[in-house]
Design a protein around this ligand. Structure first.
Ligand SMILES: C[S@@+](CC[C@H](N)C(=O)[O-])C[C@H]1O[C@@H](n2cnc3c(N)ncnc32)[C@H](O)[C@@H]1O
Length: 338
């Protein structure tokens, strides 16, 4: 038997949900907000968070081992630099919206993964019929939570996108399926000359408008209400589709790419970003897991490789296509219309 084969990887993956749930509960309990003003000793933090005496030490020290908290020699807990920037709800780069949604919705739904694997059917609010967005959007609080989650996951992607494309030469951009508007708002903040917009279902408008106003860009970032099944897409120099195509089956993906092509002027570009799967479908675990998440969340959605997307774009008529890495997990496919 090979001596260098161990079971460590098996155990790490098998218990991965323990580690995940510690972080999800920490965000739910407000650990990082409680430490935003500075370190606290264990007793003060425990009473602030309402933790049981038996639970507090292991929970907080697990967060230290995960490097989301630091503990000094006096035993006081503080936020790590990563947590201070991304997990304190008062910070502009707060990504906890997606963590909140993972905790409130997907942690439970993923418990039915085996059923999804056997049936191919969603395991979320749409399990008994209907479409995810219709179900979510029937309840304003859920809609707001979902839109906030989208911002949480898109902040680092939007910032990488701001660096990865020659926006200085672009006049206008519209994000198709913009949710709160994280991408157009962050692009507009970086490039004041840019006329930016977000296209989404009419129910999303108040959430989008509040987000643009909170960032002081209401005059430069507009909301375009529409339904991409019924309506043509609005025109702009650049259209963005972030985490949109993976929600739908192949005919719908191709329909949306075709509508984008029709809406773009000559020389205009479509930027599609996702957790793209590597072309060999062997290594990029985040993309493969996101695709399984689409199995849980949607009726026909799936993630795909850069090569897949380039093929669909070329069929729709895009002439130049390329793949650009944005973050450790997300990449973009850029197609330009002749
Ligand atoms: C997964 S979210 C992506 C959000 C955002 N692009 C991002 O990356 O953070 C999908 C978005 O598509 C929007 N959407 C769903 N169905 C739509 C439709 N028929 N027409 C327009 N937008 C739709 C949803 O409201 C939601 O904001």
């Amino acid at each position: 038997m090979a001596q260098d084969v161990t079971y460590d990887g098996i155990m790490q993956t098998a218990t991965g949900f323990w580690a995940s749930k510690v972080l999800l509960s920490a965000v739910e309990l407000g650990v990082f907000g409680a430490l935003a003003a500075g370190p606290l000793d264990a007793a003060s933090l425990r009473s602030r968070l309402g933790l049981h005496e038996r639970a507090a030490r292991d929970f907080l020290d697990a967060l230290v081992a995960q490097r989301f908290l630091c503990r000094d020699d006096a035993g006081r807990y503080g936020n790590s630099p990563e947590a201070a920037r991304f997990l304190d709800p008062a910070q502009p780069d707060y990504v906890g919206g997606i963590v909140e949604m993972l905790n409130a919705r997907l942690y439970g739904f993923w418990g039915s993964l085996t059923e999804a694997l056997r049936t191919g059917a969603p395991q979320n609010e749409a399990k008994s019929g209907g479409d995810l967005f219709a179900t979510l959007y029937a309840d304003p609080a859920r809609l707001e939570g979902f839109a906030r989650a989208m911002t949480g996951q898109s902040i680092p992607v939007a910032d990488a996108l701001a660096d990865a494309f020659p926006w200085k030469d672009i006049g206008s951009v519209i994000d198709i399926g913009a949710a709160q508007g994280c991408v157009p708002v962050r692009l507009a903040l970086r490039y004041p000359h840019l006329r930016a917009g977000g296209f989404d279902l009419p129910e999303v408008e108040p959430i989008f408008s509040r987000f643009a106003a909170a960032h002081g860009v209401s005059d430069r970032v507009r909301f375009v209400a529409g339904n991409f099944f019924r309506d043509e897409l609005p025109s702009a120099d650049v259209l963005v589709m972030g985490l949109i195509l993976h929600d739908w089956d192949l005919p719908t993906k191709c329909m949306l790419i075709g509508k984008a092509h029709a809406a773009l002027p000559p020389g205009g570009s479509l930027i599609v970003y996702e957790m793209l799967i590597d072309d060999e479908r062997r290594t990029h675990l985040p993309g493969l897991l996101m695709s399984l998440n689409m199995l849980i969340e949607t009726r026909g959605g799936f993630d795909y490789t850069g090569a897949d997307c380039i093929g669909w774009m070329r069929e729709a008529g895009f002439s130049e296509t390329s793949v650009v890495t944005l973050t450790g997990s997300h990449s973009a496919v850029i197609g330009t219309r002749q």
